[in-house]
Structures are given as C-alpha cells and as structure tokens.
Design a protein around this ligand. Structure first.
Ligand SMILES: [Mg+2]
Length: 412
C-alpha cells in the first residue's frame, strides 16, 4: 500500500545534516526536562495595525472602537494610554480624558490578516501553539522545529520575525509554565522580552499580588483579603484546609502555582493532521545498519513530538528519496494506535526494510504519523476550569497582567 504524501515539513537540507540539527541527535547533556513556554502578546494590537497602515496616525493618541455616543474603546495606542485611555472605556469618557484622541472604527479584516501572519511565525517554530486571542498565544518551544533549544533565543527570534513580516511589535514572556510566562510578557511592554528562569519562579510568584493569579477575580480576591492573603507568599502561609474551605477546587491549583508548579500543557486548538521529521544525509546511504540508525533518530524526533503533544497516531508513513530524487512512501495503519517512539520505530522499520521498494542508495528518510487523536483526554483538558470563576469573567487569564485586562479578547 503506497500512499504519496507531501505533508512533510521541508527544512533546509543543511539544517538536517548530522551535527547541525540540535533536535536530531541530542547529546545527553542537552536533554532538558524543563519546559520552555513562551507567551507572546502583540502590543496594542488593533491600534498598532491602524498606525502601521495609516502613517498620519503614528505618534498620536489613537483609539480603535466605536465613535458614537455609546461607543467603547477596543484598543488604545500607547500615546493614548498616557492619558489614561484604556480598552472597555466608553469613547465619551476617553475623549474627555484625551481631547486630541483620534477614534478610528475597527477593521477586523486587517487584524485577522495580521493575526494569521503572526500565527504563521509561531507555527514555524512549534506546532504546540495555543491561541488565546487574535494577538496572543502560548507556545511550547521545549523542542522547537528550528532555532536553538533556548526559550530566550527562540522568543527573541519570534519577536524579530513578527516585526519583519508584519511591521508590528510583540512582547514575550518566557518561563517553565504558562502562568509565569503570561505575567512576564506583560512586564516590559511594548516590545519587551522577560525571562523568568526556573530558579526565579518561586520568588517571582511569591511577590505577585493575589489579583494577578489565574482564576482570582474581584470576589475571590475579596475572600482572600479577608484571610489576610495579598500575595503569592501569603497563600503558602495559610493552612491549606482553610484555603480549600474558602475557595474549593481553586485552592489546590493556587497552591500549586504559588509553589511555582504549573504543568498545564500548551493545548493546540486546531486539529493537527500529521507530525513528521526527515533527514537528508551528507552522503547517500545503502547500508542497512546505518539506515537503521538514521531511521531510529527520525523516529525519536517524531515520537518525542507525539508524546509531548500528548497524541497518538493511527497511521505511520515512511518516505524515502533516492539519489535521482525519486520519492517513495509506504504507510501502515496498525490495529493498535501508535503512542510512542518504540512502537513507531517498529512500524517504521518494517515499512523501510520489509516492504518491497526499488533498490538503490537513499539521500533522505522521513517518518510521519497521521490520524492523530488525544492520547489521554483527561490530560489534554486544561486542569483548571476557568469557566467556573465566581464572578463569571470570560477569561480570568486576562487578569494575569494589567496590560492584558485592557486588550480585546478577539473580535466581539
Ligand atoms: Mg495584546
């Protein structure tokens, strides 16, 4: 059963050769269990798009929103924010605060287009992208598709590429968990990059006001204040039982986060069709032993991505390219889905060595898995049900940093 596929991501050949692809042959020392989560947030997104597209607006206080009596500001430019103008503020009030304010109606098509470009940049670094809004996403770059395996360097590269492709600036936060990454991205806006190392996380969280925590709305904050809790450090000083009594389920989550533990996965929202990797060899290969090693390395990469994304696959495909650039693929759909490197390798080996194919030296071997589904749905679900916050806020994540609270959560 031969299935032609061209679903493989093509990397520049040089990047794939032995020794130059950091993900292909990880030296034991470089294998890190610390996750690298990046939260990227575009700066004053709608207003920035308007200022980019209309040079006359640059350097001026601009508000995107409704100009009518009952209009509301959706996003304010940084020039307008200096006057205290912020999102969700009635336009009438905003004009009073800033008489020079230029109110422009939203152009959602332009924002969607810019957002698509930004997300394309994200996905060129990792498939683990969890969008939170048009202008905001979590990325798990622990095992990036390209670039060095450093959260800081990848975040810097993402910011630079966003700027180059869209002409817009973004701020990024880097940490080992989503919560801290999100707070960090709001710390040095605009065009900021804030990295909180794993060592720094506990101290960082301890110093945060309780209002900054996921799931803590005004009513929860009041209840916590009544218990004398104002910061992350205070959370750990209180008897856990007292906290559980006051907050229910949320208490367990807050205690974890206050201890610097936040293992919620980055959950990509769109269904991925396949995960694949391939290797182009420095010289063409025919020897089975050598090919077996190369295939194992490719399976290792694919298996790791599969496991990290907490997915299992129904179909395994092996692709080979010959010296004359002929490409042949072989697929199998085993009775039991494939969930890890070892099984993947077994099926890939069978496809490469026991399924008949033309003889000849190979210049490339690729492996991909498709028919993906959540390996463990309980894990794939976010651990904290945000919808159950006491004050019915749409997205408590917005409270993680004051900046975010002012941003629109997407088109109304
Ligand atoms: Mg933003």
């Amino acid at each position: 059963m031969a299935v032609a596929t061209d679903g493989h991501r093509v990397r520049p050949a040089g990047e794939l050769q032995r020794g130059t692809d950091p993900t292909a042959h990880p030296a034991p020392a470089s294998v890190s269990l610390v996750r690298k989560i990046v939260h990227v947030d575009m700066d004053a997104f709608y207003a920035a798009v308007e200022q980019r597209d209309e040079p006359r607006l640059r350097g001026l206080p601009v508000a995107v929103g409704g100009g009518s009596e009952r209009g509301v500001v959706m996003t304010a430019s940084y020039e307008a924010r200096r006057f205290g103008v912020h999102s969700a503020m009635p336009t009438v009030v905003a004009r009073r605060a800033c008489p020079e304010l230029i109110v422009v109606p939203p152009r959602f098509a332009a924002y969607h287009e810019a957002s698509a470009s930004v997300h394309e940049v994200f996905r060129s670094f990792t498939d683990l992208v969890e969008p939170l809004a048009l202008d905001e996403a979590f990325l798990d770059v622990s095992d990036p598709k390209r670039g060095p395996p450093s959260g800081t360097l990848v975040a810097r590269a993402i910011k630079a590429e966003i700027r180059r492709t869209t002409g817009l600036t973004a701020s990024a936060g880097v940490a080992n968990g989503k919560f801290v990454a999100k707070v960090a991205s709001g710390m040095r806006k605009p065009d900021g990059l804030t990295v909180i190392t794993p060592d720094e996380v506990p101290g960082f969280v301890a110093a945060l006001p309780i209002e900054a925590f996921f799931g803590v709305g005004p009513r929860t904050a009041e209840r916590l204040h009544a218990l004398g809790i104002r910061t992350g450090a205070d959370l750990l000083r209180v008897e856990p039982l007292v906290l559980h009594e006051a907050l229910g389920k949320l208490a367990g989550f807050l205690l974890q986060v206050a201890r610097g533990v936040d293992e919620r996965p980055v959950v990509p929202d769109r269904q991925r069709k396949s995960i694949g990797a391939e290797r182009t060899f420095a010289r063409d290969l025919e020897d089975r032993d050598v090919l077996e090693d190369e295939l194992a390395a490719v399976c290792e990469t694919v298996g790791r991505r599969l496991t990290r994304a907490r997915l299992a696959a129904r179909t395994v495909t092996v692709k080979v390219k010959y010296r004359d650039f002929r490409v042949i693929t072989r697929s199998t759909t085993p009775a039991t889905p494939v969930g890890g490197t070892r099984e993947l390798r077994r099926f890939a080996e069978a496809l490469l060595f026991t399924t008949p194919r033309p003889a000849g030296a190979l210049r490339l071997v690729g492996v991909s898995v498709s028919g993906l589904f959540a390996a463990d749905r309980r894990v794939v679900q976010p651990m904290l049900p945000f919808a159950t916050t006491d004050d019915g806020a749409v997205d408590e994540a917005a409270r993680a940093a004051p900046e975010h609270g002012c941003e629109p959560r997407g088109p109304p």
